[in-house]
Design a protein around this ligand. Structure first.
Ligand SMILES: [Zn+2]
Length: 177
């Protein structure tokens, strides 16, 4: 399997010096079109490290050595370990303004994710393949989670992804609050 590169890279910034990248966050695009997904990200200054299209081709958008802007206000394994407050405001933002972006890799599956139109087998296979590739280059990778698990109440993607099955196939531990 191969990976396409989107150039120039989408929005990103350097990771802070000692950050250990150990978490993978899965997203769904909410539409069925790669180009539309990329255009919307560019407009909003947002990004994922990888976008996997419905044909099962991964597109690299940001190097994993950099932070991509995919999860926004969010609470993951590092916040839990630090004992950061889980308090959320009326808009479901964590009041301590935490984000998992610093120590995570974001993968988006292009999919309307409606329940009737979900994911292609090619996409799921490509996602498992990509995660296994990433585990060799990012050996600290340990957790797999979803946008809705790290930003509960604020987002719902990827609603219909079978995270349990995917985690098992990819050999990662599911993180949930
Ligand atoms: Zn998302």
């Amino acid at each position: 399997m191969s990976v396409e590169c989107i150039q120039p890279w989408l929005a990103h910034r350097p990771r802070r010096g000692a950050t250990v990248v150990d978490t993978l966050v899965l997203h769904a695009s909410g539409n069925d079109d790669l180009q539309q997904t990329v255009e919307q990200l560019k407009e909003k200054g947002l990004s994922y490290h990888y976008i996997i299209d419905p044909m099962g081709l991964p597109h690299k958008c940001v190097p994993y050595s950099a932070v991509a802007f995919h999860a926004g206000n969010s609470y993951g394994p590092h916040e839990a370990t630090r004992g950061t407050s889980r308090q959320q405001d009326a808009h479901h933002n964590f009041v301590e303004m935490t984000s998992v972006n610093e120590y995570s890799i974001g993968i988006c599956l292009v999919s309307p994710d409606t329940g009737t139109v979900t994911y292609t087998q090619e996409q799921i296979d490509a996602c498992v393949w990509l995660i296994k590739e990433l585990k060799t280059s990012v050996p600290a990778l340990k957790y797999i989670t979803t946008h809705y698990l790290v930003s509960p109440g604020r987002v719902s993607d990827p609603t219909h992804l079978d995270i349990v099955r995917l985690a098992k196939k990819a050999g990662l531990e599911i993180w949930m609050p």
